[in-house]
Design a protein around this ligand. Structure first.
Ligand SMILES: *Cc1c(COP(=O)(O)O)cnc(C)c1O
Length: 392
């Protein structure tokens, strides 16, 4: 099939909900991809933070193959080894007490929202159910997580949205206090706002927020769907902020390319959701859980340390390009935002880079890089060379 044939087939019978680049990727190895015609690309996107251990990773692929042959799915009415082992590894490395597994980031966030409301209901009864989130946040595309998302552009068309959410300014503890009240049960935030433009929260704000939550018995919910599973150089970003949340959601990178999400809770919250109160047919499916165990095996402490070094290397390389179209960089680990200067648009720059063999993402008004965590120095250099050549 040629690219044009594929594009025509796609447009004939799929909902056109994505603004796709004019490229069809066929296969990959490491952080390098090839399209249908055999053209090579360096990947600074990892499928939006998903392919954490790169493409064609054999250890990952074998773990999926072997688990699929043994037991692909059985339902959560039965015990399975991958589910229990994955919860054990995650909780030990994250300092948490218990895990729940689902299939996506939005589903994971729905879970921690339910957790917070149930925790509060058990202790205080009705009427204490509001969740504070931050402006410019992104928490998902279900009706509830769209409501939780603190950007007005997401609050259109799909009325009615949910009750029980209010929005405070990021990095502004006074704003959080002003929005707080007797009806609040939790605060939910990303430690680096991803879709909003790669905006890291200030450590003072996060620590102050954690204290405020403890004081008022609000649950501190951290959305680590994008920042989690090694992306920022620690397994979870909160491990760099000196806080321990009550619950943390994760998804994107956890299973290295298979659909999986979930959340971890601390000791205080481990018994809040009991039998029959929450569930997911595919959640923690043996194949996805086996893939996730392999991802966590590959992302050991040395690999996480390397993520920090690679992030610093890439950012220094970009800053050294000294281009008219882009400005400074920001972020944490291999989650990198690049400012786009006036007179240029992130969409046009991204399209230009993709056309010339470098896959990048946009976020807010800037560019966003989320390379596979296993990317090599050679691949980063190739990507930087394309930026040097293509960007004005
Ligand atoms: C991607 C993302 C989500 C939504 O995840 P889905 O798997 O698409 O549902 C939620 N929160 C954050 C921070 C994200 O980056």
């Amino acid at each position: 099939m040629t690219f044009e044939e594929l594009k025509a087939l796609d447009h004939a019978h799929t909902l056109q909900t994505y603004g796709r680049f004019d490229v069809a990727i066929a296969h990959g190895k490491g952080a390098t991809l090839w399209d249908l015609e055999g053209k090579e690309y360096i990947d600074f996107t990892s499928g939006i933070g998903v392919n954490s251990v790169g493409y064609g990773n054999e250890q990952w692929a074998w773990s999926i193959y072997e688990q699929a042959l043994a037991l692909g799915h059985i339902s959560n009415l039965f015990y399975t080894q991958p589910y229990a082992k994955l919860a054990d590894v995650l909780c030990r490395r994250a300092g948490m007490a218990a895990a729940f597994f689902g299939n996506s980031g939005a589903e994971a966030n729905e879970g921690i929202i339910k957790l917070a409301r149930k925790y509060s209901f058990d202790k205080y009864g009705k009427g204490r159910s509001t969740i504070l989130t931050l402006k410019n946040s992104f928490h998902g595309r279900t009706i509830t997580t769209l409501t939780a998302t603190g950007q007005d552009v997401f609050h259109q068309y799909f009325y009615p949205f949910m009750e029980g959410f209010r929005y405070a300014d990021a990095n502004d503890l006074e704003s959080v206090k002003a929005e707080g009240g007797k009806d609040v049960c939790a605060v939910m935030l990303e430690l680096v706002q991803g879709e909003g433009g790669v905006l890291p929260m200030e450590p003072d704000f996060v620590q102050g927020l954690a204290e405020l939550c403890a004081e008022r018995d609000w649950l501190l919910l951290v959305d680590e769907v994008q920042t989690g599973i090694g992306r920022t150089g620690t397994l979870f970003a909160y491990q760099q902020y000196g806080i321990q949340p009550d619950a943390a959601s994760f998804a994107k990178g956890i299973a290295g390319g298979l659909p999986m999400g979930g959340f971890l809770v601390n000791e205080k919250c481990r018994n809040v959701l009991g039998a029959g109160m929450h569930g997911s047919t595919f959640g923690g499916n043996p194949i996805a859980a086996s893939a996730a165990l392999t991802v966590l095996d590959i992302l050991d402490e040395d690999a996480l340390e390397a993520v920090k070094e690679k992030g610093a290397y890439l950012r220094a390389g970009i800053e050294a390009l000294d281009k008219k179209s882009i400005g400074s960089t920001r972020g944490l680990g291999l989650m990198i935002g690049i400012e786009v200067k006036e007179g240029y648009t992130n969409k046009a720059l991204a399209a230009q880079l993709v056309q010339n063999g470098l896959l990048v993402l946009t976020a807010g008004p800037g560019l966003r890089l989320l390379p596979p965590l296993t990317i090599t120095k050679e691949e980063m250099d190739k990507g930087l060379a394309i930026m040097a050549q293509v960007l004005e």
